[in-house]
Each structure stands twice: as structure tokens, then as C-alpha cells.
Design a protein around this ligand. Sequence first.
Ligand code: HT7
Ligand code: ZN
Length: 852
Amino acid sequence: IRTIHRSDYQPPDWLVETVHLDFDLSLDATTVSATLGIRRNGSHDRPLRLDEDGAIPEVIRVDGKAVAYTRDSGQLILPVGSETATVTFTTTIDPSANTQLMGLFASNGMLCTQCEAEGFRRIIPFVDRPDNMAVYTVRMEADRAAFPILLANGEKVAEGDLDDGRHFAEWHDRWPKPSYLFALVAGQLVANRDSFTTASGMDVDLAIWVRDGDLDRTGHAMQALKNSMRWDEQVYGREYDLPVFNIVAVSDFNMGAMENKGLNIFNSRYILADADTASDLDFDGVEGVVAHEYFHNWSGNRVTCRDWFQLSLKEGFTVYRDQCFSADMGSEAVKRIEDVRILRAAQFPEDNGPLAHPIRPDSYQEISNFYTATVYNKGAEVIRMMATMVGPKRFRAGTDLYFDRHDGEAATCEDFVRAIEEGAGINLSQFRLWYSQAGTPHVTARVEHDDASGTAALHLTQTIPATPGQPDKQPMLIPLRIAAHDRAKNAPGSEQLVLLGEAEASVSLGRFSEPPVLSFNRGFSAPIIAEVARNPGDLAWLAAHDDDPFARYEALQALMLDTLVARVSGGDASHDAVVAAVGNTLASWASDPAFVAEACALPSEAFVGDQMLVVDPDAIRRERRALQRSIGQTHEALLRTIHAGTATNATELSPTAKGMRKLHSLALMLLWASDAADAPALAFAQFAQAGGMTDRQAALGILAHMDAPERQTALDAFYARYHDNQLVLDKWFTTQAFSLRADTPEVVAALAQHPDFTLGNPNRVRSLYGAFAGNQASFHDASGRGYALLADLVIALDPKNPQTAARMIPPLGRWKRFDESRARLMREALERILETPDLSRDVTEQASKSLA
Ligand code: HT7
Ligand code: ZN
């Protein structure tokens, strides 16, 4: 299998500058007639090379003359004598047989495309790389009854009827774009239409296209789109640039959504939402993903990537932009806590495992495997650190320079860093290491107080663990927001930004009558693992008094984590400090319910495991439950008051109402954990009387852990009510896969045989197996049953959808973190996958790297 290296980059020998595509669309035999205007790039005599993946024309003409071409490792090679030429050919493809969902595929009777990263070559042979930008004109012809709506990038320039019930539409996109942003959609769709006037007065027709019957679930997405358009004008000075913006929702989709120019295509789970079928998390997902794809119009489309090693240029920056947008739409503190939780759950394990890679990787075998939490979420943290170091005004000057300087270009991460350096006026030489070094830095912090002089100093060290291919690391530039609190004065210390650039450094904190309490990495200013030497009582004090909400949250979480880790490791650490601190935070529930719910939720089993050298999943489950029980029993009365007091508004989407609902279900969870006799009845009442999906789904999730009869009654009622709604049915699968019960591996195996389970729909696959692999003690059942289930899935799914199959492998690659017996079973599962004949490049790369 080929390995592509970043250092081998060469510009294309030939550029395709104009593209005319004529589609004769049908579900099982679509023909595409292509006319490509090409130009020699530089002075050379090399042939034209077109990337191909199965769609091979019988005849290729150059300036009207058929030419003999050869084939070599995924490319067609054609001699071209002139400086410019017109290349024409026709391909035929079968969208209904396209189970990979890359290129042109059928979903529920409609046709749509997914071209990022290398799907366009499954439609026609092409210079299918992001540094080839072309202007596209697309004509589509189809049966009007089967495909009444015909959409493509840009604007519609012609349409009309043809003989035999057929019709056509022609679309033109005036903006040169790489092939990965090409899109078309054809199908029976209806639109939620709206409009937006840009800051400079251009009217934009907005439409969200869905299947008939889904229209009344598109309101939230439309509002999110309009809010995003305004936000990008106000915060980044970026306006939309076409008179139409279309979004289409499809149910079979490999990822969340795709930012094709003027025609975003979405996994329907990130468009469709109403109170009956979507939880608050789903509503937030819709808002965040709509914004993310819209923001790509500038960070990705107007300025695109030179090559796929630069993926974080568009993805890291755009995740940072969508995170800031969502923070502005809701609660900044809660959003930051959620984003850090995602980073720690998804990216830290990646950075600490066999698949670790820098945010700008150096090599890959299959680029689809590099759409990772590292490229996306750590990439966003890297942008956030730059913004933190220069402040909002200078950061804006840097991004203005970046957009203006590189508009219409295919740029690199280095171009971005240089624009921030010049626009914001900062030297980022050392900071660039964040792009090239993998691994999460460990930073230790220790406060030293000299009683005699009253001076306090902070001593810091940093180390970056070895990662595959990177045994030795250089110290990074780490921006740390800190404060030293004087407990005696009862006033918060002022914040300072420490730039840690050495392996060791000391910072003066000033004068204090007693050792100050350190508030460290406030707002999670750097994506590091902090090891802070603490005095007894410091964490409880910070949890109660820190002026930075993230630091308050972090202190309570650290207190819980320390207690759990100590007990799982065999110690008998008391629950008392945690129980008291949680009680103290719960007491302020009415004033900030969302924050209280975040802070008082115990760290996940997986995150506790991440703190240990050898993960003991059973002990973690036992100790976590025991701590929940102590909290629940001690604070039972308060939790009942909270549960009753938060049963307010079931559907309002204000931050307070959402916080109330989160707290409502946290209280229920802790009451269940307390072994309260009426917990099943309480949970069932919340389930049955819920006014919206948030309360209903959370109650069902808690019931799913129980042995009580209410469990099956609720699962059956949920299925009966929602089995026709595929997105909600996904929740039914997920809820059972998340169950803490001992029989979960068997339940998952049985659900895989359920008539509603299918390998054809990635959402359904993720809803069952993705959730199960995230259920630590159940997936890591000592029998190895969980590993075998996941391996069976990967082997069965790979021939149909290698991209989705490969994304299921990383949980098996964590074998070094588990005891010898589990590690052996995990390795055996990976080996069994690798022994399968005809394995895809996607799965081969992930499984072999995971075994190393
Ligand atoms: N840029 C997109 C990434 C993507 C993708 C989306 C759908 C299906 C397959 C895909 N491969 C890559 C989504 C984004 O980050 O915005
Ligand atoms: Zn993106």
C-alpha cells in the first residue's frame, strides 16, 4: 500500500481550469459527459495524469481526437502536445451500487454526491487534488417525476422541459473551486425557504431541502444559518458571495455534513430537529454543524488547502470558528466545558495511542483516516492559543490578512501562521511546533512560598511524550492563563498569561501572607495535561471560589478524579471531600443550572481510565457508581428538590432552560445511583410525562441501566412511538448500547440482528457499535465478546463502506493500556481483521497501525 509523504508535494503538471459536465441521471445508470479545459502548468513535457477510481471512459479525446492512454496506479496517462487543450469523454456509473457513499450515490431514491476528499474521481477521471481550482458548469437531465429537483453548485442559469417526461437544469458556479467541493443533488425534495441580506446589501435566497414530511423540522437549522451568516460578517468581516445558498439533508451519509460551494449536503441528523424528536444536544449539534459548514465558505472554500496534509488549515480553524459562534449564541463557560470534554474524550486518547499524529500529518496511506479529532479539535485548540496570545483585535488583523492575502488560493498551514505573525505582530517560530509535534504535553506546576519574605513563585516543567515516529520532542510554546488567589483576602488574584517556552521555568507570583491557591490553565488556555501540586483543601476552595468558571469546574472534576483514581488503585480515599464539594455546588443550582449540571457530573469511566497506567474497567465502574451513590444518598433531599424544581419548561431553547433540563436529569441519575426505592417510578414518570426529547431520552437512558420492569416498558413504548423515525430509532439503539448492565454485550449482539439494524446506514452503525465501543466496562468485558463483536462488524462493513468501517477500529488499538488478557484479546481481534482477504486501504492502515 502506497504511503504519501507531505515532503513529496509537487504542484500539478497540468491544471484543469474549466469543467463542463453533462449528467444524464438515473439511479442505476448515470452517464457523465465531461469537457475539461486544461493548461500546462510550467515548462515541461510530462503527460496529463488524471486520477481515477472506477469510472473509466472508453474513449478520451484531446481537441476532438481520440488518444491512446495508459493506466498506472490509479491514474490515466495521456499525451498532450499543446500548451492548452480540451479533453472530452463520457463515463457511466451506477449510483445505486455505490455503498461507499463516496462520489455519486443513491439515498432513499435521491441522488447526491460526496467528493471530499477523493470522491470526485469516482464520477470522472480528474486532477482530483485541492490545488487544482476550476470553474464549473453543470447540466443535469432526468425524469421529472422521479427527480423534480435538480441542484448543483452556484446559480441556476437555465432549466426546462424535455420530451418523455424529462427535464433539465443547468448550474454555473462563478467561483473557481477544487473538485472536492463539487456537488449535485437530484430528487423529490421540498424546501424551507428564507432570505438573507448581506451587510453590503446582496439578497441571498436560502433553502433547506428535505423529504416531504420533514419540513417542520427545519426551523432550527434555518435560524442557525441566518445567525451564522450575520456572525461571520460581524466577527470576521466575511460576507456570503452568491445569490443562493442551498442545504440538502440526506439520511445515508458518512460524516456530519459537507461544505460544497453554495450547496451544503448534510447528514439529516444535523438538520432535522423539533422538540418531540430532538434533544438539546441534537439542537446544539444542528446549530454547530450548520455554522461549521457555512463558515467553511471562507475558511475552506474561498481559501482552500494546497494538499490534504493541510487539512487542519480549514478544519481546525473552522472548528474554532464554530465553537466561538456557539459560545456567542449560548453560554460561553458551558460551551468551553463541553468542548474540553470532547477534546479529552476523543483527542487525548488519540494523541496517547498508536494512531497519534500531528495536526499537520507527515504521511498517510488513506486520507479519509485523517479526519480525526487531532486535525479538527486539537487543530481548533492551536488556533485558540494564537488568539489567546494576541487578543481579539490583533487576531482579527491576522485573519483579515490571511483571508485577503490568500483569497482564491490553495494555501498551507504555514501561510496561516505567517499571516497571524504579520497581521497580529507576534513571533510564532517556536509555536509552529504545535503543527509538527504529536502528543499531549504534560505540564507540572508547583507553587513555592517563602514564609520569611512572603514571596511566591510558580515552578513549571513541560514534557511531551514520545509518539509513533517521534521519539524526541522539543519544548513547545504553551500559553497558560493563571491566577494566584489569596485565601486570606477572599478576593480573586489578577490573571496573567504565562508563556511557557522552556522545559523548565519559574514565574514570580508576588507577595502573599500564606501560600496562594493556584488557578491554573484557566479557560483551558492550552490543550495539555496539567499536574498541579496541591495543598489539601485547595481544590474544594477553587471549586467554590475561583472567578474563572472553567477553573471552578476543573477543580471539582479534579477532586472527583483524584478520589476515583485513588480508590480504583486500591486505596481507601474517603468520599467525604467530594460529597461536600458537590453539595456546595449543587446548592447554587437555581442561579446557574447549566454550570452546576456540568460541574457535578462525574468524570466518565473512560476519562478515569485515561488517568491510569493499566485501565481496570470493572473497578472503575464499581467505584464511580459507589461515589455517585454517596453523593446521591447524602444529598437526597436536595436532589429531590432540584428534580422537582427543574421540571419547568420542556422545550424552550434558552441557555437557562437547557441548563434546567440537564440538571433535571443529573438529579434523577444521582437519585437512581443512591438506590432510592422510588427511582424506577421517578424515572418512568419523567419518561412518560416528558414534554420533549431531552427529558424523555435522558430518563430512558437511566431506565436502561436498571433491572426494574419499567425498563422494558419504556424501551417498548419508545420503539412503538418512534420506530418510523430513523433518527430517533438511532437513539433507541444507542440507549441500550450505553447501558451499564452486565448483559450489554449480549444485548448489542442481539440488536445487531434486529430487523431495523442495517449496515447500509452509517448513522445506524454508529448508533449501535459506536456507542457500545464508548461504553468502557461493557466493551471491555473480560470475555472479549465486545472486541469480537467490533471485529465482526469491521469485517462485514469493510466491503460495503470502508470509510465507516475504518472509523470503528481505534477503540481496539488501545490494547497497550489494558491488562495482558484483554490486550491479547484486542490484538487477536485486530489480527483477525487484518487476515481478511481484500481488505480496503482504509481498514488496512488503521488496523495495522493499531497493532504496532
Ligand atoms: N469537510 C467535510 C469532511 C468530510 C466529509 C463529509 C462527509 C462525508 C465524507 C467526508 N469526508 C470528509 C466535513 C467538514 O468537516 O465540514
Ligand atoms: Zn469542516
